[in-house]
Design a protein around this ligand. Structure first.
Ligand SMILES: *Cc1c(COP(=O)(O)O)cnc(C)c1O
Length: 222
């Protein structure tokens, strides 16, 4: 099923949209099947689980951390992670920079914007993002690069509300894409959309979708 699901989704995506196959909780054989079907970008939400999978799977896979970050665990992925989606603190950026430096790498990061109306979701307000983008501290972080924003919409089937949330972030992204920024900041990626809402997200400006259950089936736990 995985191969079929992947082919179906890939065929439907516009060319400018990147597919992240969200493989959290899924066994290595499932990832290997997706790999054999041509998928090279995988998303995980736990650093340790991602590191274990990195160790045993082909090395041309690009690993994306999509979960909430704990600063003290960044060191376990600094040698291989390709893109970190959920950065929501300047302090975390500093820690990523420090760990990336040890491996002589530049790690790409997305700032997570809070667009959902729910209370529980992580993320930065637009004001907080602007203050990070304008901070002098940012210019000193030579081993990170901010390449865009990530957002998670409210868990709802209300299409109008979803669209409103996606559009809000798209407009904010467009505004900052062209503004003068620190040298380590070049906004090209807007990560929005999951299995239930990725089509709507793409219609509203997403350039990167994070799709799990529509590829790998439902998860038993999270
Ligand atoms: C799990 C997860 C996804 C994928 O969710 P699906 O509904 O299974 O597609 C996308 N983004 C984040 C941040 C996630 O944690």
């Amino acid at each position: 099923m995985i191969t079929k699901n992947l082919q179906h989704i890939k065929a439907s995506l516009p060319e400018h949209v990147t597919l992240v196959a969200v493989s959290k909780t899924k066994p290595v054989v499932d990832l290997q099947e997706a790999y054999n079907a041509g998928q090279r970008i995988f998303g995980e939400n736990k650093i340790q689980e991602m590191a274990e999978k990195f160790d045993v799977l082909p090395k041309d896979i690009k690993w994306h951390m999509i979960g909430h970050l704990q600063s003290n665990k960044v060191k376990y992925m600094a040698h291989f992670v390709d893109l970190i989606h959920g950065v929501d603190k300047l302090k975390t950026l500093k820690e990523i920079n420090k760990q990336a430096k040890k491996h002589n790498r530049i790690i790409n990061c997305l700032l997570q914007a809070k667009i959902a109306k729910e209370e529980t979701k992580f993320g930065l307000s637009f004001e907080e993002i602007e203050s990070i983008l304008q901070s002098n501290d940012l210019t000193t972080l030579e081993n990170i690069k901010i390449v865009g924003f990530m957002g998670m919409a409210t868990f709802t089937e209300n299409q109008e509300q979803l669209q409103e949330e996606f559009l809000l972030l798209k407009n904010f992204f467009q505004k900052h894409k062209t503004a003068n920024k620190s040298a380590n900041c070049e906004l090209t990626i807007l990560s929005m959309g999951m299995s239930a809402d990725y089509n709507l997200a793409i219609e509203n400006g997403s350039t990167m979708v994070r799709v799990g259950s529509s590829i790998f089936g439902n998860r038993n736990y999270n």
